[in-house]
Design a protein. Structure first.
Length: 408
């Protein structure tokens, strides 16, 4: 974090110094101040900054104008918007900035709090890491992928799915991981996209699904039983035999189809989807559960949702992350949860990373939750250890926080 360069823009010396000192206290050593928007533009054109804090109310050039200028001229990648005004107004400026292509880490009322800064810095570091991983596309070819499958380099990690009420383990989502022998960690986005491009996605899917099923049997033999969620590529849905192949795999392992949740992305149900619906209908008829994944990132509407024989709606982190500080986002999430209930779908909130966001999700009546606040994806043995040792501590800590909040 010491390498990150930060610019704090605020005409108030007190507020500017407050944010700058907080940044330094949290390990951000390269922090510079600017007294207004025009001063900030000068600084931004002189050197590159990773993060800019922007106050909305300033003389010479206000924060709204500064945000638009930063976006238009690509002067910075990430911003945090601050103001003493109404939260819904601050949030709307954040929405404007995001639509202009800026990475908005947060929209907060002044004075900024330490927890808000910490969560924003964490989000920034994760985004930088993802960008570094995604910069290196086209490193792998079909022979790399086939070797990764044959030599079992590509494997699975598992992220718990917990009930919002009581934090009971309901299931796990299987997530593909690849530690390449020479390239190191390869992002799933990279190798799954490559597998789709090279026409190897079907082979990769059934290979990974078999690993997941074998692991589920091992857990079951040790008295641990919960549902298994597994992602399907939209391209796989065009395979006429997909439902039969998956059913045969499950049958070989003596697993009930109702214990498997097959996840498809929201984008798979947009546009012309007759072949996808045919495959999904076959899977439902065989007893599998179906989840619409990443809901909130695409353009699926209520009518398209109603056409798919799904049992679960997964609310993407776009709707979930930082919802506690964004009233408009909360309103959208609330309406989405109500829509899911009206359609008879269970709801899962993905990407939960803070206590405050979890409280909002709990209040909305969301069924299940998963995210780094509770557990990162982990290998199979670590999951057993987490279940035995960590889950009870997470429940206790959450209970303590909820008790403290109710006492205030």
């Amino acid at each position: 974090m010491q390498t990150l360069k930060v610019l704090v823009v605020d005409d108030s010396d007190v507020q500017r110094n407050h944010v700058m000192n907080m940044c330094i206290e949290h390990g951000l050593s390269q922090v510079i101040g600017a007294t207004d928007g025009a001063h900030a533009v000068e600084k931004l054109k002189e050197e590159c900054f990773d993060l800019v804090f922007i106050d909305l109310e300033m003389p010479v050039m206000d924060g709204v104008t500064l945000v638009r200028k930063i976006a238009k001229e690509k002067l910075a990648q990430a911003v945090i918007i601050l103001s003493s005004k109404d939260p819904s107004l601050i949030s709307s400026i954040g929405t404007m900035a995001e639509s202009d292509g800026l990475n908005v880490l947060g929209t907060f009322q002044k004075p900024m709090q330490g927890n808000d800064l910490l969560s924003s810095i964490k989000r920034l570091s994760q985004n930088i890491k993802k960008e570094e991983q995604h910069k290196i596309y086209n490193r792998i070819d079909s022979s790399d992928l086939l070797a990764g499958i044959k030599e079992k380099q590509i494997t699975l990690f598992y992220q718990p799915k917990l009930t919002c009420k009581g934090l009971l383990l309901k299931g796990v989502e299987a997530l593909a991981r690849w530690q390449h022998p020479t390239l190191g960690f390869v992002s799933p986005v990279e190798f799954i996209t490559a597998a789709e491009q090279f026409g190897i996605i079907s082979e990769l899917t059934h290979y990974l699904f078999d690993i997941a099923l074998k692991q589920k049997v091992q857990w079951r033999d040790h008295g641990i039983n919960f549902h298994l969620a597994f992602n399907l590529s939209p391209l796989s849905l065009a395979d006429d035999d997909l439902a039969d192949k998956i059913a045969r795999q499950v049958e070989r392992h003596n697993i009930e189809p109702k214990e498997i949740v097959l996840e498809i992305t929201e984008n798979a149900i947009c546009g012309e989807i007759s072949s996808a619906i045919e495959t999904l209908a076959k899977l439902r008829l065989k007893g599998f559960k179906l989840a619409i994944d990443d809901y909130g990132t695409g353009f699926a509407n209520a009518q398209q949702l109603s056409r798919v024989p799904a049992t679960e709606l997964k609310l993407d982190r776009v709707l979930v992350d930082n919802v506690a500080t964004r009233p408009q986002q909360l309103a959208i999430l609330k309406s989405t949860v109500n829509l899911a209930k009206d359609l008879g779908l269970n709801t899962v909130a993905e990407g939960v990373e803070s206590f405050e966001d979890f409280q909002q999700i709990l209040n909305l009546g969301v069924d299940l939750v998963q995210g780094y606040y509770f557990a990162k994806p982990m290998n199979a043995s670590s999951l057993v250890s987490w279940l035995k040792n960590d889950l009870a501590n997470i429940r206790n800590n959450l209970h303590d926080k909820q008790t403290q909040e109710s006492n205030h």
